[in-house]
Design a protein around this ligand. Structure first.
Ligand code: 3PG
Length: 209
């Protein structure tokens, strides 16, 4: 699956920190029920890789990948767990080379023009903007659309219901990432209905332009 396909699955991409892999399937099902069939499970918790392994085996139609992939080791572990793609908070030549070597799609994070250039120079045209609101939000994306007209973004970090449409209405934004519709507490308390509800609320609030 290439980066364009991954970033076109859903307008909202959940950035997940899961504490217990036992919650993995219920979480994946709740998201799917809410219309979200893509998951970025971060490697910030030790349960992350196990959760990817479970979902990729039990729910093959769910497009599950990892996030917070910072080096080759993280990338190999992600692939071995069954991740279909990896998201990174930043970009490095090491990570780009590793993704080619191990044949797994990388969607790196960028926040500056130089980082966008590094992506482009490696034929990468699908990136996260991270941390989106701090890096300049809508304004930096508009500024990037001039010199980097082929680049597409998934703004992540600081995105919420209030600014969702500001991002999604931009031509160079395919989707947004965020945690607001996968709150840690809801996962911990087994309140998966809330997650389905939050997904539906977000998707129904998207204004088509
Ligand atoms: C993160 O750092 O966890 C992600 O970028 C999501 O950030 P958010 O909590 O602002 O959505």
């Amino acid at each position: 699956m290439n980066a364009k396909e991954i970033m076109s699955i859903s307008p909202i991409v959940p950035v997940i920190a899961i504490e217990d892999e036992k919650d993995a399937l219920a979480l994946a099902q709740a998201l799917s029920k809410g219309g979200v069939n893509v998951m970025e499970i971060t490697l910030r918790t030790s349960a992350g890789l196990k959760a990817v392994e479970i979902i990729s085996k039990e729910m093959p139609l769910m497009n599950v990948g990892t996030g917070t992939v910072c080096n080759e080791e993280d990338l190999i572990a992600s692939k071995n767990a069954g991740a279909k793609f990896v998201f990174a908070p930043g970009i490095s030549q090491e990570l780009i080379d590793a993704s080619k070597k191990h044949k797994i799609t990388l969607i790196p994070g960028v926040a500056t023009a130089s980082e966008v250039m590094l992506a482009q120079n490696n034929d990468i045209y699908y990136c996260k903007l991270f941390p989106a609101t701090i890096a300049g939000g809508v304004d930096i994306l508009k500024a990037f659309s001039g010199p980097f007209s082929k680049m597409n973004f998934c703004p992540t970090g600081g995105v919420n219901l209030k600014n969702l449409n500001d991002f999604l209405s931009l031509k160079n934004v395919l989707c947004v990432g965020g945690t607001w519709f996968v709150p840690k507490d809801a996962i911990k308390n087994g309140d998966f209905e809330k997650i389905t509800r939050l997904c539906k609320e977000a998707i129904s609030s998207i204004e088509l332009v």
